[in-house]
Design a binder for this molecule. Structure first.
Ligand code: AQP
Length: 363
């Protein structure tokens, strides 16, 4: 579809989308037959294929027969230093990427975390039901804080998982599609919900994490002992969703592997090769086993080239759609506004229940 046709279709559909959100907001509060799906992503950098295969691809696939709520978690992003203008720009880009990967505003709520203040208010209450000991055990905190000196570790970084619990619990979420690195945070969210429910009676739905079968932990291309991260200092360690094809191919060509010639899937002994096989499987929509068979008898050079090509093909339509959405700030803003209006309504009504339970006086 040409650019003008796409934009005029989008614009023609806009009033209906807004109306849909209001209906959707009401449905979500009262329609218990549908599971609520919630997940978030930080606008802390351009998204990597780790974010995509581990989470975003599944967000796009989880929009039918559920109440899907997807959130750009800018309050989480400022737990480490951010340049304000860059954060603002990335937040908008992030929304355009989410639309490009297929988040459909007719089906899903898409909004920015800081636009629904109930997240911060609920996080404060949940802080009062969380323990220093359990937060100290979070491996993401340990990993991220290790890179900083003790004096520059922000309280927000320590408290990150409680804000995440608030994000999830504010919507009575049933299912949270995330990558493997978030499993510990999801467990903590469940513990906090159960603890609160035991103290005050049934209040929160206890959510479950939903992890991708393939691509739930995409590893760094330069150091396959750690996960691929969009804020890694080494730009060769990650491939971005919006990256140029030539650069994608070059990064895969440089990917760290091992000195044995055999292509087989063995994440412990051969993490680099296993990572490439898994990325290939995720990009081609096949099992890891089938991806191994396809490379039978071939060398590492051919594997790297074909993985790069498969990723380029998977990303091509997303990059094309992104080019369209990124030109229409007014449309993206209108989606975010409608999403925020509905999210605010839902989160505020759940927050009110929690405030009453803990004994806040109301007028
Ligand atoms: N390497 C990965 N493999 C699979 N899934 C991943 N996710 C992140 N990295 C991988 C999933 O992406 C979703 C959004 O992540 P996030 O932005 O909220 O934070 P993160 O997990 O800390 O991701 P990054 O890329 O490492 O960001 P930075 O570098 O900013 O901290 C989550 O569902 C996550 O599991």
């Amino acid at each position: 579809m040409g650019e003008n046709a796409l934009l005029s279709n989008i614009k023609a559909a806009m009033p209906e989308r807004r109306a849909h959100f209001r209906r959707f907001g009401t449905l979500m509060e009262f329609d218990k037959s549908r599971k609520t799906v919630f997940s978030g992503i930080q606008p802390s950098g351009e998204f990597s294929i780790g974010n995509y295969f581990g989470a975003l691809k599944h967000w796009a696939a989880m929009q039918e027969g559920v109440n899907p709520i997807y959130c750009i978690v800018d309050m989480h992003a400022i737990t480490v230093p951010q340049d304000p203008e860059t954060l603002r720009r990335r937040t908008l880009e992030c929304a355009a990427v989410l639309l490009a990967i297929g988040i459909d505003p007719d089906k899903s709520l898409l909004f920015i975390q800081s636009h629904a203040s109930a997240h911060a208010e609920l996080a404060w209450i949940l802080n009062c039901f969380s323990y220093m000991g359990e937060l100290s055990r979070m491996t993401q905190f340990k990993d991220k804080s290790q890179k900083l000196n003790a004096e520059s570790i922000r309280v927000g970084l320590f408290d990150y998982p409680v804000l995440m619990a608030a994000d999830i619990l504010a919507y009575q979420t049933d299912i949270v599609p995330v990558g493997e690195d978030q499993r510990q945070h999801i467990e903590l969210t469940r513990d906090i919900a159960v603890r609160f429910n035991q103290a005050f009676g049934d209040t929160f739905t206890v959510p479950e994490g939903r992890y991708a079968e393939i691509g739930t932990k995409v590893l760094s291309l330069s150091d396959p002992s750690k996960k691929m991260s969009k804020s890694d200092e080494n730009r060769n360690s990650y491939v971005l969703i919006l990256e140029e094809p030539e650069s994608i191919l070059n990064k895969f060509k440089r990917a760290v592997t091992d000195s044995e010639p055999e292509i087989r899937y063995d994440p412990k002994a051969k993490p680099g090769i296993s990572n490439l096989l898994e990325i290939y499987a995720a990009a081609s929509g096949i099992s890891v086993q089938d991806s191994v068979s396809q490379f039978d008898g071939l060398g590492y050079g051919e594997l790297k080239k074909r993985v790069g090509e498969a990723v380029i093909e998977e990303l091509r339509p997303i990059q094309e759609k992104y080019a369209e959405f990124s030109k229409d700030k007014a449309y993206v803003d209108s989606v975010l506004k409608a999403g925020a209006d509905a999210a605010r309504e839902i989160a505020a009504s759940n927050l009110k229940i929690v405030q009453e339970k803990v004994g806040f006086y109301s007028l």
